[in-house]
Design a protein around this ligand. Sequence first.
Ligand code: TYM
Length: 333
Amino acid sequence: MEIVVSGTRPTGILHLGNYYGAVRNYVRLGDDPNVRGYFFIADYHSLTTHNNPEELKLLVKQTIATYLACGLDPEKVVIYVQSDVPEIPELYLLLNMLAYKGELEKVATFKEKIKIHNENINAGLLTYPVLMAADIIVHRAHKVPVGKDQEQHLEMTRNFAKRFNSRYDIDFFPEPIAYNFGDELVKVPGLDGSTKMSKTGGETNAIFLNEEPDAILKKIKRAKTDAGPSEPNSEKPQEIQNLFALMQIVSKPDTVSFYDQAWNTCTIRYGDMKKQLAEDMITYLTPIREKINELIRDEAYLGRIVKRGGEAARESAQKTVSEVRKIMGINYF
Ligand code: TYM
């Protein structure tokens, strides 16, 4: 069996980037009978930057509903909340002894986050990749479906796994890889001209998975564009490339070629392109939105799913951590 692990922080409603870059692949992998999939809500990770208890409660439920609405099947995969598995923070603590301050300070996401959250540069933010490694190797995972922005974290996870193996001279942890079915990892761009769609990028950046059709239309109409090409076959500026990238996700190949051709011949009409993009986006997301709205009403069901998932995740995590304790000599009598 191949072990697959991945998670999402409950810091906002999931958006098209989360879906297309990650959750869609959780589903594809979870459907493979040769895969044992563990998909979780990274609530501890969200506490490095977010600390509103009421919002956390809502967003954890919302994320579970979103996982299910996107097609994750609790009969096939384990769906759980990170904080329901105390072996994860235990392994995190043990891995912290293998992690160097210098390497943690060099992580790109740490450097970015301390710029944004410079009033709260906490130790959790610095050791974020160690907790993430614990999430992954606690199930001795092989593959981790994630978007491009998580590539460096996966590299660090492999380093910690290797370091553990070599320090204790044992081939215990596999070295997990960031996985997208052999393709490059994905980075879905924002509507505001930025290269990444993000949960915290503001109203003009992301299309959320529960977004109503008229809101989608409004956002896409307002998306950043330029004055149009002045020469045939010219290079597309970032904001226009972004619109095309989004179109590639939700529209038919013919539609993309049509607008590509229009760009190349300087006949493109952004108004038409945006209308088409909005229409295709709405078609793409409507089944997910409807399912989220239906599932979010049934809290008892969501609770049952993660209770059962938490138990299964703990069983797997306990096995690993009890081995780790033995390997490290933490078994005295
Ligand atoms: P998070 O919550 O930021 O994002 C969840 C997943 O969505 C992907 N993603 C994107 N993919 C493509 N384009 C985008 N614009 C885009 N935005 C987000 C992310 O790459 C991710 O796969 N550190 C992780 C959560 C985590 C985790 C883990 C992941 C904690 N422990 C263990 C895997 C394994 C994070 O912040 O993801």
